[in-house]
Design a protein around this ligand. Structure first.
Ligand code: NAD
Ligand code: UDP
Length: 323
């Protein structure tokens, strides 16, 4: 099979050309690496809003790796077999830094990815989020729950942007038969997170390693479920390689549920840090309780996470120490 790739006009034999938007970010860099290891040609598109050169620097040794510095809100066109649409800042301080741009990235970024997928009959994957459930009134969250989302709060640029992207994915699927795969990702952590990212796992680990106070927002009783990045990427590939009838939305995350106080205690124990806990105001619309029901992913393609929080934290702490 010979395919033409119009970003240079070069032809490639017998390998998939896969676009990863947001490929220089935390999850995107792990995905690009795995796809390259599987022998694919990978185009990483990123505007480096939160992505980092150091995440993808080791991938530049692969002949089949290409980086396009481009904003996904602007149109683009070249040949692809598959698209993983990940571009969007995921950390609350970052997505709230430029909320209009965050919303545009989700919605216009989804349209541009879907248009390209349509053009080549390519499969297109959407990194959706547990945030579509908002401050959930159903626990644990199942895919048939429609959510409890504030449409005009400080988290709305992200939550509603991602909901809008899901709407577009399913409308393209219904109207054009676009081959979609939509995954709702619950909090995921691991190496390649930016230490300055502002999310809870990277904050607590950096604070513990630096002997700084651990910042608990609110009283620390709110819960999250934390998935290690390798488990998630394995699940993404199972979903992407499943039959076209499996569109999602499908939850992916680790169903272990922890309060932020429990997370802080674990980080203190694993780092041996003497840092103290300090309490800071809870940000607006911060969800109180979050845990995925992952029955559907198990039924559809046999996925469940294997790395528990303690093991995942040890690996992540090691990464941050080496920096
Ligand atoms: P990240 O912030 O590390 O990565 C996002 C990447 O997208 C960055 O490289 C950034 O520069 C890039 N980007 C942002 N806006 C862009 C634009 N307009 N054009 C091109 N590139 C742009 O976040 P992450 O944790 O790797 O998340 C990846 C995806 O997974 C995001 O879509 C996020 O919403 C989703 N997700 C992640 C989590 C998680 O816990 N990590 C949970 C739910 C959903
Ligand atoms: N959080 C905290 N201290 C921090 C950063 C975050 O207590 O230094 C809390 C935050 O209020 C939220 C939880 O940890 O309740 C997870 O926050 P994160 O930003 O990682 O993700 P999200 O809120 O999007 O799930």
């Amino acid at each position: 099979m010979t395919k033409w790739f119009f970003c240079g006009i070069v032809s490639f034999m017998d390998k998939k050309t896969i676009l990863v938007t947001g490929g220089a970010g935390f999850l995107g860099s792990h995905l690009c690496k795995t796809l390259l290891e599987h022998g694919n040609r990978v185009i990483c598109m990123d505007n480096f809003f939160t992505g980092r050169e150091r995440n993808i620097a080791p991938l530049k040794d692969y002949r089949d790796f290409e980086v396009l510095v481009h904003d996904v809100t602007l149109p683009y066109s070249f040949y692809v077999d598959e698209i993983f649409n990940l571009a969007c800042p995921a950390s609350p301080p970052h997505y709230q830094r430029d909320p209009i741009s965050t919303y545009k990235t989700s919605v216009l970024g989804a349209i541009n990815a879907l248009e390209l997928a349509d053009k080549w009959n390519a499969k297109v994957f959407q990194a959706s989020t547990s945030e579509v459930y908002g401050d959930a009134l159903v626990h644990p969250q199942t895919e048939d729950y429609w959510g409890n989302v504030n449409p005009h709060g400080i988290r709305s640029c992200y939550d509603e942007g991602k909901r809008g992207a899901e709407t577009l994915f399913f409308d393209y699927h219904r109207e054009h038969g676009t081959r979609i795969k939509v995954v709702r990702i619950f909090n995921t952590y691991g190496p390649n997170m930016n230490p300055e990212d502002g999310r809870v796992v990277s904050n607590f680990i950096m604070q513990a390693l630096n002997g700084e106070d651990i910042t608990i927002y609110g009283d620390g009783s709110q819960t999250r479920s934390f998935c290690y990045c390798d488990d998630l990427i394995r699940g993404w590939l199972l979903l992407m390689n499943s039959g076209d009838e499996i569109t999602g939305p499908v939850n992916m995350g680790n169903p272990g549920e922890f309060t932020m106080l429990e997370l802080a205690e674990k980080v203190l124990k694993l780092t041996g840090s003497k840092s103290k806990l300090v309490y800071r105001p809870l940000p607006g619309d911060d969800p109180k309780q979050r845990r995925p029901d992952i029955t559907l992913a198990g039924k559809l393609f046999g996925w469940k996470p294997e790395i528990d929080l303690e093991e995942g934290l040890k690996r992540t702490i090691e990464y941050f120490k080496q920096r």
